[in-house]
Design a protein around this ligand. Structure first.
Ligand code: VTB
Length: 331
């Protein structure tokens, strides 16, 4: 067994966390080169290509379990694709090479490149459907909020736990017509709502650093793949999250079933979405409350990355200065 080897049940060797930083850094820089050009597809493709290239250099035997889509629709980083040099441990990989393609295309805050790596078979194989989610950061009693409780009850519970009034609570919700009722219910409590247009992986992670982001609770419906990535990050720092897939057509239910979802209405806890040792890396593409975006200097490209490890709960914020620009081209 080499230092980089993971055997099932063993700790993901920590040296790999730096390798993941490289992967999301490259994806972030590749998409940042197309930031603000109004072309979501091109920015996403650049991130996908860079991420795939870097993943394939890693000493792992990886399988994409959360990716860019199904095999026939997504030519790269599709669900089931094998990545890595096959010489290392078997791992599950979840990727969102450019989370917030619209944010990147419009150079709006909050686009990130993000991925998670875990022991094989430990990440939820979520189909590309919506997920109803609720999340709070660390420091609360287990079960303080619940996906099945009313928004009003959840806001009051958080206020009680914080020892404050509901109007001192801030919830983060995606700005969508489907959230009209949710938004009205939260507003009725007096709580403040920060609406975001996209990017709820970062939105959920905001709850883990309320002193920096001002967010106490995430509520609402976003992508299921994004839910698993967020759950993986939260597991590392000890927040709480629940999610339920929205399988509102037979086609979605069938697709989920094929991916192993036996109970279509199951409420997943964070530790069921990411049950093994996991490493999560996220690099900023555009500036945001979580991470600074890529800075394109004349001689230096700067990146900011957060890397999380569940085994120790360590979070590192890594400032990268990249000087060999040719490295960001095809290699
Ligand atoms: C969600 C959210 C993502 O896109 O998937 C969203 O989780 C799509 O939702 O963070 P809509 O269909 O309502 O637009 C993101 O915001 C970005 O990929």
């Amino acid at each position: 067994m080499t230092d980089l080897t993971i055997q099932s049940g063993q700790v993901i060797e920590r040296v790999l966390s730096m390798e993941l930083v490289r992967v999301t850094e490259r994806a972030a820089v590749a998409s940042a080169m197309l930031r603000g050009r109004g072309n979501e597809k091109a920015a996403d493709q650049a991130a996908v290509d860079a991420m795939r290239r870097e993943l394939n250099k890693l000493p792992i035997d990886g399988e994409i379990v959360i990716g860019e889509g199904e095999r026939d629709e997504a030519p790269m980083l599709f669900i089931g694709e094998r990545v890595g040099n096959r010489k290392g441990p078997k791992v599950d990989i979840a990727v969102d090479p450019l989370e917030g393609t619209t944010l990147c295309a419009k150079d709006m805050p909050g686009a990130i490149a993000v991925m998670a790596m875990a022991n094989a078979g430990t990440l939820l194989y979520a189909p590309d459907v919506y997920m109803n989610k609720i999340a709070v950061g660390p420091g609360y009693a287990q079960g303080v909020v619940d996906l099945d409780a009313s928004p009003e009850d959840n806001i009051h519970a958080i206020a009680r736990a914080k020892g404050c009034k509901p109007h001192e609570v801030t919830a983060l919700i995606m700005d969508r017509p489907r959230h009209e009722g949710l938004i009205a219910a939260v507003r009725k409590t007096g709580a403040s709502i920060r609406l975001i247009t996209d990017g709820d992986v970062a939105g959920v992670i905001f709850t883990t650093m309320p002193e920096k982001t001002g967010i106490d609770i995430y509520l609402g419906i976003g992508g299921a793949p994004e839910g698993v990535l967020a759950a993986a990050a939260l597991r590392c720092v000890g927040g709480q999250m629940q999610g339920r897939l929205i399988l509102d057509t037979q086609e979605k239910a069938d697709r989920a079933f094929k991916m192993g979802v036996k109970d279509p209405v199951k409420k997943y806890d964070m530790s069921e979405m990411a049950s093994g040792d996991v490493i999560v890396s996220a690099t900023g593409v555009t500036d945001g409350a979580l991470l600074a975006g890529v800075r394109m200097g004349k001689d230096v490209i700067e990146t900011e990355t957060l890397v999380y490890r569940s085994i120790t709960g360590t979070v590192r914020r890594i400032h990268g200065e990249h000087r060999q620009f040719e490295k960001f081209k095809l290699d």
